[in-house]
Ligand binder design. Structure first.
Ligand SMILES: [Zn+2]
Length: 236
């Protein structure tokens, strides 16, 4: 086979492999999500319970702050008592104190309910976690396998790209550009074999003169049907 054609066939083989590996690599996150989906039924309740506990704890803290503030204002109101002179002022102060106390009682009650909620969720948490970890453990093998596959694809991809870089300098620029142009228009196939007088790229018969030229292997020959580079398959 013509030396340049040999290089182009090698380049095409590498390009197709690189493309296939790239696709396989793109599928990895999707496949990881499929594994995630398998454990969703136990992971979601566990994660949600943890989130809910955090939210409730924040709420309980805020309520505690409010209660303290109201206790302070209650004490301040009490200190005003001895200075009061009229009945009107006295009943106004009592009313104010009463309102503050009611508000504080409400907050305290809410605080208590919140703490109870936290406690009951915290009781549930270990069993939720156990169920989740059991499922997570069950898919660990699958996850490891997928990670391993990913690493293998990545290293193979690097290797193939290195091989490609070694081939490239031996291909003249104009032929490389033509190759790239045809490959992008023809789904990655820029070089096609001729078998029994037929181009395997477009399955159109090749003129005997062209087959003859291919035999000599001195010229670069293109298919008249699909414009691909042609080479003669050894078997035919
Ligand atoms: Zn063709």
């Amino acid at each position: 086979m013509n030396n340049l054609l040999e290089k182009l066939v090698t380049l095409q083989k590498l390009d197709l492999e690189i493309r296939k590996l790239g696709h396989a690599l793109q599928q990895i996150p999707k496949r990881m999500l499929e594994i995630d989906r398998k454990i969703e039924s136990t992971k979601v309740p566990f994660e949600e319970a943890k989130k809910k506990i955090d939210e409730l704890k924040k709420k309980a803290d805020l309520l505690a702050e409010e209660v303290i503030k109201l206790e302070v204002s209650e004490r301040e109101l009490k200190l005003k008592m001895p200075k009061i002179k009229s009945n009107e002022e006295y009943s106004a102060l009592l009313k104010e104190m009463d309102t503050a106390k009611k508000k504080k009682d409400d907050f305290e009650e809410e605080q208590l309910t919140t703490i109870e909620e936290i406690e009951s969720l915290e009781k549930e948490l270990p069993s939720l976690e156990k169920k989740y970890l059991e499922q997570e453990n069950g898919v660990k093998g699958e996850r490891d396998e997928l990670e391993k596959e990913k690493r293998e694809i990545e290293s193979l991809l690097i290797k193939k790209k290195e091989e490609r870089n070694l081939v490239l300098p031996s291909i003249p620029k104009n032929y490389f550009e033509k190759y790239t142009h045809i490959a992008s228009a023809r789904n990655g196939l820029a070089v096609a074999p001729v078998r029994r007088g037929i181009c395997q790229g477009c399955f159109i018969g090749v003129r005997p003169k062209i087959v003859q030229d291919l035999h000599y292997g001195e010229e670069i020959v293109y298919c008249e049907g699909c414009q691909r580079f042609l080479y003669l398959d050894e078997e035919s």
